[in-house]
Design a protein around this ligand. Structure first.
Ligand SMILES: [Zn+2]
Length: 268
């Protein structure tokens, strides 16, 4: 009996190992994207109801967050369509909200639910740098990085994943989901962002920002400001999940020629 279960588990893991549409990297995806999106939507709504959302009708910053987000979402949709992978974005209903908080942070949940904290804008300082950060966070979502991390977590915790995966009604699933996606959990659990995922989010986030008409060169200055902001004190939340070391900046310089090849400035 045990052998059969083991076999089934192995088989389902092989099946669940998919090739990422954007990056070409093989990754583990044990959870259905629709289930993740459904849970993310309810998490997102509850987060917005418990925090102060800045009204885009009366705030240029909130308007900017929506403008940048929509531009990036639109080039990503175009990009996935061009490479024949439009279905990867099934169920995406993009939302971009600015939340009043000193936290230096931003995130994107499965399904395209994005939050930017006002505290981040003091460091981005311009629209292109905001686009770099949003491009990075959105890439984590569209590259299914959360699913990968949940899948790794499920294996590590021995969550029963044989048959058809956990459902949103399963408390263990909920726990895992909250550990990966709940905004309050980001610092504790998202801290050891895998190097691969960070690399991909930097690389493709930069490309997507450039395709959306934002100067990718702003990424260097932005990460230098992030590094300066953490000097001698507790680093901003975003920084602690996204270490701004010299390696990252060196890497961004390597990505720059490719990103610049996509860059067509548009208006403001
Ligand atoms: Zn990241």
């Amino acid at each position: 009996m045990k052998k059969i279960l083991l076999f089934l588990a192995t088989a389902s893991i092989i099946v669940a190992c998919t090739t990422n549409a954007v990056t070409g990297r093989k990754q583990l995806a044990l959870f259905g994207e629709a289930t993740l999106q459904q849970q993310a939507l309810s998490e997102y709504q509850s987060f917005l109801s418990q925090n102060k959302v800045v009204n885009s009708g009366s705030s240029r910053d909130a308007e900017m967050v929506k403008r940048v987000g929509n531009r990036i979402a639109s080039v990503i949709t175009q990009y996935y369509t061009n490479i024949g992978k439009a279905s990867e974005l099934n169920g995406y209903k993009w939302e971009f909200n600015l939340v009043d908080s000193k936290e230096v942070n931003a995130w994107c949940m499965p399904g395209g639910k994005v939050v930017v904290y006002t505290g981040l804008l003091g460091i981005t300082q311009n629209e292109a740098a905001l686009a770099i950060v949003m491009g990075h966070e959105i890439t984590h979502a569209v590259a299914h990085h959360g699913n990968e991390r949940m899948s790794q977590g499920a294996l590590a915790q021995g969550l029963e994943i044989v048959g058809n995966i956990a459902t949103a009604n399963n408390p263990k699933y909920n726990n895992l989901f909250n550990n990966i996606f709940a905004p309050t959990a980001q610092i504790a659990v998202l801290l050891p962002n895998s190097r691969n995922q960070e690399y991909e989010a930097d690389h493709f986030g930069l490309n997507f920002a450039a395709m959306a008409g934002y100067n990718p060169n702003e990424a260097i200055a932005f990460w230098q400001r992030m590094a300066a902001a953490s000097n001698g004190q507790k680093p901003p939340e975003f920084l602690s999940t996204h270490p701004a070391d010299e390696n990252r900046i060196a890497r961004l310089r390597e990505f720059m020629p490719e990103a610049l090849s996509y860059y067509k400035p548009v208006g403001k």
